[in-house]
Design a protein around this ligand. Structure first.
Ligand code: ADP
Ligand code: ADP
Length: 228
């Protein structure tokens, strides 16, 4: 699904955020990317979404090297990847339903499909009962569920999430993780950056640990810290 080969990232100010890293993620995996603040998690996640290009190396997603996409090919690539952010990024003057429907409308999905798939996506993440509300009428956890619904509605094979529980309390976070696990069980690959130790230790999924731009640990059913 994802093959990161010899990827380095130096920002224009000279900061070396990733140093020649290699990672291979198989279809259907659930992968946590952890590490201290500044370790390079966000940089790796943003490279996988093709937000920017690495200084060197290649990133294959479903067989295509996304570092070689032409500018006009980037939107098509992004349609096949669901992205979830810490800060939600919802349209505040639109209903929950419309926020999710919008993700389908921008890619020209037929109305019939939209009316079928939006309620399904809302159901999967457990927010159907709030379909008519506006994001600002919802709690943080509910807003993040809407983001998850928006991320899955176009049925991507890959979901990339950067600290999706970063603004949520522990109980709410557990609900979001249950929803993500549900999505993963249906076959979607999930890559999630987090520094939430409790979540990582409870889920027992693959854990990639970054430190100072290097991958220092990669475990199949890992925990957040080995010696905590
Ligand atoms: P993490 O997500 O693990 O906190 P980041 O990937 O955000 O780590 O950052 C890795 C390193 O790159 C840090 O030293 C950070 O200060 C630096 N960095 C991140 N973004 C930028 C940027 N836009 N310009 C310059 N340096 C950056
Ligand atoms: P929590 O404490 O669980 O984070 P809130 O106290 O913000 O959540 O909200 C509890 C419930 O009230 C939620 O289901 C939310 O949809 C509803 N709610 C919150 N704010 C509003 C509002 N301004 N208008 C209508 N419903 C609201």
């Amino acid at each position: 699904m994802i093959e990161v080969q010899r990827v380095s990232m130096a920002y224009p100010n000279g900061v070396s955020a990733l140093k020649n890293i290699n990672v291979c993620i198989e279809r259907g995996e659930f992968v946590f990317v952890v590490g201290e603040s500044g370790a390079g998690k966000s940089t790796l996640i943003r490279l996988m979404c093709r937000e920017f290009l690495p200084t060197s190396g290649s990133i294959r997603v479903q067989g295509r090297d996304i570092t070689r996409l032409k500018r006009r090919e980037v939107p098509l690539f992004r349609r096949n990847v669901g992205v979830v952010f810490q800060d939600f990024r919802l349209l505040n003057n639109r209903s929950v339903y419309d926020n999710v429907a919008f993700a389908m409308q921008v890619i020209g999905a037929p109305g019939r499909e939209v009316r079928r798939r939006v309620p399904e996506a809302l159901e999967v993440v457990g927010i159907s009962h709030k379909a008519k509300m506006k994001p600002q009428e919802l709690s943080g956890g509910e807003q993040q569920r809407v983001c998850l619904a928006r991320a899955i509605v176009n049925q991507p094979t890959l979901i990339i999430a950067d600290e999706p529980t970063g603004n949520l309390d522990p109980k709410t976070s557990t609900g979001i993780m249950d929803a993500l696990k549900n999505i993963n069980i249906r076959g979607t690959t999930i890559v999630m950056a987090t520094h939430d130790k409790d979540i990582v230790d409870t889920m027992r999924q693959r854990v990639l640990v970054l430190s100072n731009g290097n991958i220092v640990r990669d475990e199949k059913r890992g925990v957040y810290c080995q010696h905590a």
